[in-house]
Write a protein that binds this ligand. Structure first.
Ligand SMILES: *[C@@H]1O[C@H](CO)[C@@H](O)[C@H](O)[C@H]1NC(C)=O
Ligand SMILES: *[C@@H]1O[C@H](CO)[C@@H](O)[C@H](O)[C@H]1NC(C)=O
Ligand SMILES: *[C@@H]1O[C@H](CO)[C@@H](O)[C@H](O)[C@H]1NC(C)=O
Ligand SMILES: *[C@@H]1O[C@H](CO)[C@@H](O)[C@H](O)[C@H]1NC(C)=O
Ligand SMILES: *[C@@H]1O[C@H](CO)[C@@H](O)[C@H](O)[C@H]1NC(C)=O
Ligand SMILES: *[C@@H]1O[C@H](CO)[C@@H](O)[C@H](O)[C@H]1NC(C)=O
Ligand SMILES: *[C@@H]1O[C@H](CO)[C@@H](O)[C@H](O)[C@H]1NC(C)=O
Ligand SMILES: *[C@@H]1O[C@H](CO)[C@@H](O)[C@H](O)[C@H]1NC(C)=O
Length: 516
């Protein structure tokens, strides 16, 4: 009893001691990849995964950093009682077994991800891993799995406070672990003990404040209920919004992009290398939002260092969506080596027209690694226009640098900055179309594109990491200089309805440094 109590308090103390990222060497920058859930749900198969993996290579997405091909729910056919109750891959959907899928994905130079739930069942009603963590982790490792998305369905009521969802200290003692139902740490330990580095992606929808404890056991944690393909539609199934959204007892699902942005604004400081706030998978390309809305969605996810997991059907990707998802200047913000999230500096309600009322405009900004080699960081600025009208938006240096000194007192406000538009060099739809139609090795005689040419002129992160490209000032990563902003000045941007402007600010030499 005494022992248990002291362990309990040790565990509580650890929750508030500040995060140390989990020590598996993975997700040093936010993970990138593709997951079938948003566009396919339960309609999974070997064919779908391998066709998609091939297209991720052919369309140059792999070389932009989209690495993990993640199989979501509904893949299993239960447990094998004659083999330690290990999970069985559905033989109809995966006729060659799961190891064959992993091998084929690896042969393309990609990583293979899978899914389970810290519950009795998965969300789709398949066998869950609760109580089977060790055997399941061993099965995943034996198949060659590189990534686990770990859901929260059918958790048998074992949620409601941070210790129940977590508690690393007690998991070395199996009986204590059972007593405390430390669901997520149990799987963390089981994965670690396989000896195979497996990226661990918690999907407990933001329940029990995973930003407080997720970093000590996992590489990322979902902060909200499931995203859906909507800009700002309120939905009773995603109940929390507004000032109290961080304290959301019922995360729900059908969360709009702006709902998730709002929830992210409270927890940005929790992101760090190896451990990220997960704003959920991308909806870009799923068809229900405008191009401008998808630009805003992708820009914000990149700037707050969310994992960038594609959620669309790559087999029917449109040129516009391929161009959007292939913007290396925006991805470079997400993959920035300093690994710190942008933060919301202001949100103002507007009188803009909006079917649902309550439109608002927002400014987000944050530090990036210097590309000049000097002391001064680059800075990312994202202006989000919640009005359904084109809006001229203004970001003052005083607001951008408010964390460096209030009310315009920061040294950075007295400097001049180059303003680089990160969307200006988005590839044309014609080029994206050419890439799509060139996916065979022989290519397309009309355009001259083939699988080799697809890479020409594009950023290749397989060859040159984003960190290296930024250090070398690769122009593909730095956007297009649109203007400069003078001391105490303002960046003015005309932003599309429900769209975003995104800039990289780079300090201009001052000559007289001591005047700062
Ligand atoms: C079942 O688990 C035991 C103990 O962990 C192990 O020794 C044995 O090899 C496993 N059997 C199979 C078929 O995996
Ligand atoms: C397991 O955890 C230890 C201690 O944190 C760490 O050093 C090691 O790299 C981890 N191994 C794997 C495979 O994750
Ligand atoms: C919105 O309209 C109301 C009523 O006309 C006005 O009082 C308010 O200042 C306006 N707000 C903004 C942000 O324009
Ligand atoms: C936004 O504006 C577009 C174009 O005018 C219109 O089709 C759409 O219905 C509007 N959306 C909302 C939510 O008002
Ligand atoms: C931004 O500033 C311009 C003037 O430069 C002004 O017309 C516009 O209303 C401002 N926009 C907002 C959203 O305040
Ligand atoms: C070749 O590219 C052109 C232009 O994009 C396209 O119209 C045509 O369908 C492509 N041909 C094949 C065989 O894909
Ligand atoms: C693909 O295009 C490149 C560059 O135009 C060319 O050198 C190469 O021979 C082509 N490959 C095939 C298989 O047609
Ligand atoms: C990207 O770089 C890698 C490593 O150098 C190379 O194998 C690959 O072919 C390149 N991709 C393209 C599309 O050129």
């Amino acid at each position: 009893m005494v022992l248990r109590k002291s362990l309990f308090f040790a565990a509580v103390a650890s929750l508030y001691s500040g995060g140390r990222a989990v020590d598996n060497g993975l997700a040093v920058t936010p993970q990138m990849g593709w997951d079938n859930w948003n566009s396919f749900g339960c309609a999974v198969s070997e064919t779908l995964l391998l066709n998609t993996a091939q297209l991720i290579v052919d369309y140059g997405l792999k070389d932009l950093g989209y690495h993990y091909v993640i199989l979501d729910d509904c893949w299993s056919a239960g447990r094998d009682a004659s083999n330690n109750n290990s999970l069985i891959a559905d033989p109809t959907k995966f006729p060659n077994g799961m190891k064959a899928v992993a091998d084929a994905v690896h042969a393309l130079g990609l990583g293979f991800g899978m899914y389970s739930s810290a519950g009795k069942y998965t969300c789709g009603g398949y066998a869950g891993s609760q109580g089977f963590e060790t055997v399941d982790a061993n099965t995943f490792a034996s198949w060659g799995v590189d990534y686990l998305k770990y859901d929260n369905c059918y958790n048998q009521g074992q949620a409601g406070n941070q210790l129940i969802s977590y508690t690393r200290q007690v998991v070395s003692d199996y009986s204590m672990m059972q007593a405390n139902h430390a669901r997520y740490a149990t799987m963390a330990n089981a994965l670690n003990e396989t000896g195979r580095p497996i990226l661990y992606s918690l999907c407990n929808w933001g329940e029990d404040y995973p930003w407080n404890w997720g970093s000590t056991i996992a590489n990322s944690w979902r902060i909200t209920g499931d995203v859906y393909d909507s800009w700002d539609e309120p939905d009773a199934r995603c109940p929390c919004d507004g000032p109290d959204a961080w304290n959301c007892g019922l995360p729900g699902f059908h969360c709009s992009v702006t709902n998730i942005m709002n929830k992210a604004s409270f927890v940005v400081s929790k992101a760090q290398p190896g451990a990220w706030n997960d704003l959920d998978m991308l909806e870009v390309g799923n068809g229900a939002m405008s191009d401008a809305e998808y630009v805003a969605h992708f820009s914000l996810w990149a700037a707050v260092k969310s994992p960038l997991i594609l959620g669309n059907d790559i087999r029917v990707i449109t040129p516009a969506d391929l161009a959007l998802l292939s913007n290396p200047a925006v991805i470079a913000v997400n993959q920035d080596p300093s690994g710190s999230s942008a933060a919301r500096k202001w949100l103002y309600a507007t009188n803009g027209t909006d079917a649902y009322g309550g439109a608002s405009i927002q400014l987000w900004s944050g530090n990036l690694k210097s590309t000049t080699g000097g002391d001064q960081n680059d800075v990312v600025v994202v202006l989000i226009n919640g009005n359904n009208d084109t809006t001229v938006m203004n970001a003052t240096l005083a607001d951008i640098f408010v964390d460096n000194g209030p009310a315009g007192t920061a040294a950075q406000v007295k400097m001049s900055w180059e303003v680089r538009d990160l969307w200006a060099n988005r590839m044309s739809d014609a080029e994206a179309q050419a890439i799509i139609t060139a996916s065979s090795a022989a290519g397309n005689a009309t355009t001259g594109y083939n699988a080799t040419r697809v890479g020409a002129g594009r950023y290749n992160a397989t060859k040159t990491s984003y960190a290296e490209g930024l250090a070398n000032n690769d122009p593909l990563l730095l956007g297009k200089v649109s203007t400069t902003v003078q001391p105490s000045g303002t960046i003015i941007a005309t932003v599309d309805p429900h769209g975003a402007a995104m800039f990289r600010l780079r300090a201009l030499p001052t000559g007289k440094k001591d005047e700062l």
